[in-house]
Design a binder for this molecule. Structure first.
Ligand code: NAP
Length: 534
């Protein structure tokens, strides 16, 4: 058995950030990842068209402005390859590889009260002991392979967007894409010109807002470099953690004409996220305001899509309340002769046969099926890992209490275990969220290490207080109850397993800026909500 001060599980954005921060404390740290490369979800999602939909100047850590000059920032919204390259550059710059062990999957972790240590066991038989355990496995970790009748009978290949690590030949093929979240939409737009036919199979049509992408010019790069701190001020004050302006005004406080003018401007020029969180402050909380926006989106769909039948199928029949999908040319793509949509609400799914997908209307013959069906969000990341705390496993605790946390960073009964992007993290741009949490964990551990020294080396345990956790979860619940997201079925409220009407959802829905404030408040109160004991 080997030992180290801290074990980090995951080598994506979260794992790398925590590795850097813990090393700053002079601790010995070892990070593990099951993948053959670093990158986390950006390694596993190499499907055609995979792109970050957060502006690339901030889809990174704020400390390394210098990297804005490098090869990884050619476009305003950076591709999967660019993001992966960025993470590789970070690993090189900070000499992280020497502390990262790839192709090594965590099987179990157990806390031992007698020695106050964690024991982690990996699929290659290695066992490591550590004082601290950082779970940086993220929320998009385990692909969702839904049980679809007849899928096993299909004679062509079936690929999943969340497990796409090599390029497949789709040229001149008849391709069916099941799922139309960000991955399915990006994939469709990207492959449409290469394939013989692309059909988007949709269980529920989604609103897709454009996201004008363009090459980053030398002038823009210079401007961002000069005002980098201001860019991050915008990030820190925005609900999504993106550098966007944010108005609190109600969409209903202006005239219909003014609303229309503002939304037309966003459609043509701004980030698609500005519809949900930008020009008006109540799209995510007021049903009436949300319905007005839906009418605007529906008008755009009808304007852009030429075939009235396709318009009907592409028009959602619910509020705008899933994780926003933002990308350009989505609706335009359906004007291509080789691109079609099947909406299961109009023509229900019957089965998959060896030749394609049968609906009540007909058999759609296909050569390839792509599952763009997302992930077993949060619980999936942890479902296959046996993490035993003081008394029970994390999965046992969550099966009883719901998937929960304190501050999205720790959980009661699991001393010295910290999440990077744990349950009830904000729904938003991940790198700033990861930084906020990693900085907090750094502070917690710095305090514990200081106490340990003062204690003559006796180990110190950091654990979320049960009352603090209850208060946090009640707050998450209260916020979730006032949210439009609750009215629309999606993974945000746990598609992957019902947890009752009182389900707080898997995200903190009051936005990144408020989350950051909650974490800063806890820090200012000497890490309120976490108990330190020895
Ligand atoms: P997703 O958002 O969870 O979408 C899954 C899609 O699959 C939905 O359209 C869903 O339909 C459909 N689906 C699931 N099970 C199905 C079934 N049994 N039959 C038919 N359809 C089924 O997954 P994703 O698109 O992979 O995205 C995952 C996360 O990554 C999201 O947060 C997404 O925004 C994010 N992402 C971000 C970027 C980026 O630019 N940064 C890029 C890609 C993805 P329903 O809507 O009816 O449930």
């Amino acid at each position: 058995m080997s030992s180290v001060d801290a074990v980090v599980i995951g080598a994506g954005f979260g794992g790398l950030y925590n590795l850097i921060k813990l090393r700053e404390l002079g601790l010995s740290v070892r990070a593990f990842d099951k993948a053959p490369e670093i990158g986390g979800t950006w390694y596993w999602s190499q499907y055609p068209g995979a792109t970050s939909d957060s502006a690339s100047e901030i889809y990174r850590f704020r400390f390394n402005k210098d990297l804005l000059q490098t090869d990884v920032w050619p476009d305003h919204y950076v591709s999967q390859q660019g993001t992966l390259q960025y993470l590789k550059n970070i690993a090189k710059l900070y000499d992280l590889e020497k502390d990262i062990q790839l192709k090594t999957k965590l099987v179990s972790a157990a806390f031992d009260s007698a020695s106050s240590t964690w024991t982690t066991t990996f699929d290659n038989g290695e066992v490591w002991k550590s004082t601290y355990l950082i779970m940086a496995v993220g929320i998009f970790h385990t692909p969702n392979y839904p049980k679809i009748t007849g899928l096993e009978n299909f004679k062509g290949p079936v690929y999943h967007t969340g497990e796409w690590t090599e390029q497949y030949d789709l040229k001149d093929k008849r391709v069916g894409i099941i799922g139309n979240g960000s991955s399915g939409a990006q994939m469709l737009v990207n492959i449409a010109d290469d394939v013989k036919q692309a059909i988007s199979f949709q269980r529920s049509a989604q609103y897709v807002a454009p996201h004008p992408n363009k090459a980053v010019t030398a002038e823009y790069r210079e401007k961002i470099n000069k005002t980098y701190d201001d860019v991050w001020k915008l990030v820190d004050n925005h609900p999504t953690g993106m550098p966007l302006e944010h108005q609190a005004t109600s969409a209903l406080s202006v005239s219909p004409e003014e609303r229309e003018r503002i939304w037309e401007e966003v459609w043509d020029k701004k980030s698609g996220f500005s519809f949900m969180y930008g020009v008006f402050g109540d799209i995510h909380s007021s049903e009436e305001a949300n319905k007005e926006l839906c009418k605007f989106f529906n008008k755009k769909i009808a304007q852009i899509v030429e075939d009235p039948e396709k318009v009907k199928k592409l028009t959602p029949n619910e509020l705008y309340g899933k994780r926003p999908v933002t990308l350009s040319n989505y609706y335009e793509t359906f004007n291509k002769k080789n691109v079609d949509i099947v909406n299961y609400q109009h023509t229900p799914f019957v089965e998959i046969t060896e030749n394609g997908i049968r609906t009540t209307e007909k058999l759609h013959e296909l050569d390839v099926i792509i599952l763009a069906t997302g992930f077993e969000v949060v619980d999936g990341s942890y479902a296959t890992i046996d993490i035993k705390g003081r008394n029970e496993t994390l999965n046992q605790q969550w099966a009883r209490d719901g998937v929960s946390s304190y501050l999205a960073i720790g959980d009661t009964g699991f001393p010295n275990l910290f999440f990077s992007v744990g349950p009830q993290s904000p729904l938003g741009n991940m790198p700033p969220i990861i930084e906020t949490q990693g900085t907090f964990v750094h502070g917690l551990i710095a305090k514990a290490e200081k106490l340990k020294k003062e204690n003559g080396g006796k180990p110190v345990l950091i654990e979320a207080d049960a009352e603090a956790k209850k208060g946090w979860m009640d707050l998450c619940r209260q916020i979730a109850n006032g949210s439009i997201f609750r009215n629309v079925k999606s993974y945000i409220f746990g598609n992957n397993g019902p947890r009752g009407d009182d389900n707080p959802g898997i995200f903190w829905l009051a936005g990144y800026a408020n989350y950051r404030k909650a974490v800063e408040d806890a820090t200012a109160k000497d890490y309120a909500g976490f108990k330190f004991s020895s």
